[in-house]
Design a binder for this molecule. Structure first.
Ligand SMILES: Nc1ncnc2c1ncn2[C@@H]1O[C@H](COP(=O)(O)OP(=O)(O)OP(=O)(O)O)[C@@H](O)[C@H]1O
Length: 267
């Protein structure tokens, strides 16, 4: 009997509680029927995200791609409560995220924005912020080196750094808190090829144990390099949730092929 069927048979004999306790079979994040609207002037509203359902499982990188304005950033922000959904629910490790203290949720599910907000103060102050909150030991110089920044920057004011340096500092500041889930909003948009490769390698070495990554990118080639699955979004809807192989296969849905053609074709 194939291994998969043996596994199914084994699970069907277990009481439900034991089944749920097998954490590697539990998605880290689940979202169900998520919508997000913004009130207009008057009694109407504009819906930015429509009825999105899905999961992020331990050990995977999911790339989110889609045209500008399709709702990718809005979707990420809902997952650590930077925004609240108008409809639907989100769970982290099986627990509703609005029942988890926001500071704890954001330590576990970290959002790193495309244009990161640095706290006033030095690079060292920025690295220290979360670590002090959670009483963690860390080596600031080592973390700077991991993101290819010189330790000599520790004493510099954060707002003196270039856009790409700020992105890397924000990434180091988040990674040293060891979150389970990284929500990355175009983390390499301000980096050259060398910086991009470095961050892609850093994230793949970060991905072990019960960890997972949602990674917004505009670049299908990057999605192909880094992801196990790809979400294609359009006009606030999740059009497709496909394995990377299916996404780039000759049998991919027409809308996927059209998207790839518009973004330069041959992948
Ligand atoms: N606070 C807001 N008020 C009004 N409209 C908003 C607000 N936030 C987002 N939007 C709109 O919602 C849509 C989705 O925005 P979002 O930033 O999530 O898209 P995106 O796919 O991440 O875009 P990009 O790839 O350009 O970063 C856009 O049309 C945007 O203008």
């Amino acid at each position: 009997m194939p291994f998969y069927f043996l596994l199914r048979r084994f699970f069907s004999l277990l009481p439900k509680d034991e089944y749920i306790s097998l954490s590697s079979y539990t998605p880290l994040l689940q979202w169900d029927d998520l919508s997000f609207s913004i009130p207009d002037k008057g009694a109407t509203s504009t819906t930015i995200l429509h009825n999105i359902t899905g999961t992020l499982n331990s050990g995977e990188v999911v790339a989110i791609i889609g045209p500008s304005g399709s709702g990718k950033s809005t979707f990420l922000k809902l997952l650590n409560r930077l925004l609240e959904p108008t409809r639907g629910k989100i769970q982290y490790k099986g627990q509703a995220i609005d029942k988890i203290a926001v500071t704890e949720l954001r330590r576990q599910v970290a959002y790193i924005s495309q244009r990161p907000y640095l706290f006033p103060g030095t690079v060292a102050d920025n690295l220290a912020y979360g670590a002090q909150l959670w009483n963690l030991d860390y080596d600031g110089a080592e973390w700077l080196e991991k993101v290819d920044l010189s330790p000599t920057l520790l004493t510099q004011q954060g707002d003196n750094l270039s856009g790409g340096e700020q992105q890397r500092l924000a990434l180091a500041r988040s990674l040293l808190l060891e979150p389970s889930v990284l929500l990355l909003d175009e983390p390499t948009s301000a980096l050259d090829i060398h910086g991009t490769a470095l961050i892609e390698n850093l994230i793949s070495s970060y991905l072990h144990g019960e960890r997972a990554v949602l990674w917004v990118t505009h670049d299908p080639k990057q999605a192909k390099r880094i992801a196990h699955r790809i979400f294609l979004m359009e006009q606030g809807r999740l059009l497709y949730d496909l394995s990377v192989e299916d996404f780039f296969s000759s049998n991919a849905p027409e809308k996927v092929k059209t998207f790839l053609t518009v973004r330069e074709g041959n992948y």
